[in-house]
Write a protein of this length. Structure first.
Length: 440
């Protein structure tokens, strides 16, 4: 297939994550100066399939498999040092070159420390209602410390003379707090000396990659170079604009690109919104179009809907055009990439949620409060399905008429053109609908 390239592009998920952003980023990487992860952390699991090789990336940008591109992790990311080093080691062992030229990590990233995992476990089970079902990667507690400031450590702090003292001070504070939070008999105090020596080793190994990514990015964009921004999670998990509190702790919608990367909006040319051809969600929280029946299981089986990070079964349901129209508008989305279309083959009919009913009223506005979202009744429109497999199809014209009809309807309801249709995990299983997106 032909390589895809557009200038200054952002790739964001428009649902609850796992929309197959990794596949789209990989396809758009060629010719970029930088590919940038700017929020989230190792809660993300982005899959890229190259021939027979499957790569699961948590912290490294999905551009990492394209030679000659520099990957970047900017200050809005919360960095698990052990995890990023493991990912580097694994990729190097698989023949990928990763050195201080091809990977840059911001000294402004906040570091995940052992107490963040302990706090994540305790907090998630104490919401007083349905649990959030976090990935248990310490994400929320690390972002909380970042905003609270007094107990945070940034990557750059690990190279300062007072690093040891700061670890000792914060460990003592955290031990006091955790002793109160953890059930009696289950609390094991954290050992500051052990943490310091482990993290000093991480710091040494990470040193070649540490950079002021803001300066590099701004200089690059001022010179007109092409940069690709890779969102993690999905817009409905955005801490400010998603289904709060059943969200992650960063701005995972389009609004997070500038604050996470330090790049002003004027450089963000084109936003691609990635959606699955249906809906999935992992963890707790309302999901109006969820299917807890055979059709839901059909989608789970055909889409292999089990979490990339935690292997939890993903909840599955029909496409929710109310929610996606909201997140597409929020993100300033220019075009859609509709993924996993092949999963829908074999269904006689496909439903699309076109509006919600709440208290007897019909609305196409996405509720701001999670309790209202729980109460909505989805209003469905049903379109014809198609029986044939489509995973080998490479052009839009060859798609069954019903599949084209479904894509047209999605585009109408969301108010954006469909530029890419994906019919399988492989690079070649991609239909570029908008030819201006494709360059030889
Ligand atoms: P991300 O977090 O948004 O990058 O998405 P994930 O990698 O967590 O989940 C997407 C899954 O769908 C991965 O296993 C991909 O390999 C797979 N995938 C991507 N595109 C397609 C497609 O068009 N069809 C099918 N069947 N699988 C796909
Ligand atoms: P990618 O980038 C799907 C979900 C978790 C949980 C909630 C909060 O692969 O699309 P957290 O650990 O972030 O505090 O968990 O967010 N979640 C994701 N769901 N894909 C992801 O990332 C996710 N990252 C977090 O399941 O419901
Ligand atoms: Mg994922």
């Amino acid at each position: 297939m032909r390589a895809i390239s557009v200038p200054g592009t952002c790739v964001i998920g428009l649902q609850w994550g796992d929309e197959a952003k990794g596949k789209i980023v990989d396809l758009l990487t060629k010719g970029r100066r930088y590919v940038v992860r700017y929020q989230g952390g190792a809660n993300a699991g982005h899959t890229v399939v190259v021939g027979d090789e499957v790569y699961k990336l948590s912290l490294l940008p999905s551009g990492v498999l394209t030679p000659g591109v520099t990957c970047m992790i900017t200050g809005g990311v919360v960095l698990n040092p052990a995890k990023v080093l493991d990912e580097v080691d694994e990729l190097v062992s698989r023949g990928i070159t990763l050195d201080g030229d091809s990977l840059k990590i911001s000294d402004r990233t906040h570091v995940i420390l052992p107490w963040h995992f302990a706090e994540d476990r305790v907090l998630d089970s104490s919401t007083g209602g349905e649990s959030i079902g976090t990935t248990q990667r310490g994400i929320g507690p690390c972002y909380r410390d970042k905003v609270a400031r007094s107990h945070a450590i940034r990557l750059g702090d690990m190279y300062r003379p007072d690093f040891r003292d700061r670890i000792h001070h914060i460990t003592a504070e955290k031990n006091r707090v955790l002793a109160a939070m953890v059930a009696d008999g289950e609390f094991e105090p954290l050992d500051a000396n052990a943490i310091h020596s482990q993290y000093a080793e991480f710091a040494e190994r990470l040193q070649p990659f540490v950079a002021d990514t803001t300066e590099l990015l701004l200089t690059s964009l001022e010179c007109g170079e092409q940069v690709l921004f890779e969102g993690a999670q999905g817009s409905l998990l955005d801490v400010d604009h998603g289904t709060y509190p059943y969200v992650t702790s960063s701005n995972s919608s389009g609004v997070g690109i500038s604050n996470g990367s330090g790049v002003p909006g004027k450089y963000l040319d084109r936003v691609l919104g990635v959606v699955k051809a249906y809906s999935t969600r992992v963890g707790g929280g309302p999901f109006p179009t969820e299917l807890e029946d055979d059709t839901g299981q059909y989608l789970r089986d055909r889409g292999n809907e089990y979490g990339t990070v935690t292997r939890r079964p993903r909840r599955c349901g029909w496409l929710d055009a109310v929610a996606i129209r909201y997140t597409a508008r929020l993100g300033g989305v220019d075009a859609l990439c509709v993924m996993l279309m092949d999963v829908l083959s074999g269904l006689d009919e496909i439903a699309i949620c076109t509006a919600y009913e709440i208290d007897g009223r019909r609305t196409t506005a996405f509720p701001s409060h999670v309790d209202d979202l729980r109460r909505v009744k989805p209003i469905y429109e049903t379109v014809s399905g198609w029986r044939e497999e489509i995973d080998h199809i490479t052009s839009y014209d060859e798609l069954p008429a019903a599949a084209k009809g479904y894509l047209d309807r999605i585009s109408d309801l969301i108010g954006c053109p469909v530029d890419v249709v994906s019919v399988g995990p492989g690079r070649e299983q991609t239909i570029v609908v908008n030819e201006s997106l494709a360059k030889c």
